[in-house]
Design a protein around this ligand. Structure first.
Ligand SMILES: Nc1ncnc2c1ncn2[C@@H]1O[C@H](COP(=O)(O)OP(=O)(O)OP(=O)(O)O)[C@@H](O)[C@H]1O
Length: 274
């Protein structure tokens, strides 16, 4: 249920916080990668994150999906402390550079179905309803005809669709994508972005996506990201209905993230809250 919040002397309905980070730091041995980061991503945000190599983007995503534990600070997912969070099926994650040995012995259907296992890693009998979910996810990605093929025999773009289908099989509310279009041709990239824009706008999904693709940013925003003081600017795209409140609120909730990523690095965050 949406909670009211106050900005500029007016009340607005607020989206629920999907990710919240408070004073989070992370180090690999002696190297501090993330320091004292606080920000919030809210329901139906579309956040694109661009930063130079080594800026800490993947590390940030891996902390959010629980694969790395912060050295300091608190992460909440859907309002729950990540240490107690159990509803991982609400989060779809497509990690960076999935690529398979052509001989890897799994079919597309099996890879997509494995998305249902979540973190349990416990063998589970596949039910009829699991197969239906799988078919739905394959259909959403337009790859039903590939379901019996071995994953390793597909092109990079086709594999990427399979991993997206795997992330979608649980019908997640939050989709986290790490450089989803690396190694994919321009035409497939366009249809990919078309697809995720559709999911964002029509299925109320929240997106957090790392990308090096400025063309995507341009096409999403309809404009070229502008450079300011040698750094790329923070962009916010917002929709009609909530126009009055979104810009300030979104900028405020992502402020820490921008500052973190800007420390000596080039970065652009795009945000769209609809
Ligand atoms: N497993 C690891 N052990 C030690 N250091 C690591 C490890 N993974 C990443 N790092 C270091 O952490 C820093 C941030 O890495 P990360 O992969 O988060 O950057 P990134 O912004 O995603 O980079 P890219 O754009 O190249 O993917 C880098 O300096 C990297 O060398």
């Amino acid at each position: 249920m949406a909670q009211p919040y106050k900005i500029a002397n007016a009340d607005f309905n607020c989206h629920q916080e999907v990710i919240s980070m408070e004073d989070v730091s992370f180090s690999f041995q002696q190297q501090t990668v993330i320091s004292n980061l606080s920000f919030a991503v809210k329901e139906r945000d579309f956040i694109g994150l661009i930063g130079t190599n080594g800026a800490g983007k993947t590390t940030l995503l891996r902390m959010i999906v629980g694969l790395l534990k912060p050295t300091h600070g608190t992460i909440r997912l859907f309002g729950e402390n990540i240490d107690r969070f159990k509803q991982w099926e609400r989060i779809g994650y497509v990690p960076q550079k999935n690529s398979f040995n052509p001989l890897f012995p799994a079919t597309v259907r099996e890879v997509v179905l494995s998305g249902l296992l979540g973190r349990s890693k416990i063998f589970k009998k596949v039910t009829k309803s699991d197969y239906i979910k799988c078919e739905d996810a394959l259909h959403a990605m337009g790859i039903e005809d590939l379901s019996g093929k071995r994953i390793g025999q597909l092109s990079g773009g086709q594999q990427q669709r399979v991993f997206l289908a795997r992330a979608l099989i649980n019908n997640p509310s939050l989709l986290i994508l790490d450089e989803p279009t690396v190694g994919i041709d321009t035409e497939t990239q366009e249809s990919f972005f078309h697809m995720i824009k559709h999911m964002h706008q029509h299925h109320n999904m929240t997106f957090l996506m790392v990308s090096h693709d400025l063309d995507m940013i341009r096409s999403y925003l309809g404009q070229q990201p502008a450079a300011e003081n040698g750094k790329l600017k923070f962009h916010i795209k917002h929709s009609h209905e909530t126009q009055n409140c979104v810009e300030d609120n979104l900028a405020h909730s992502l402020k820490g993230l921008r500052e973190q990523m800007e420390s000596g690095k080039e970065v652009v965050l795009i945000g769209d809250r609809n």
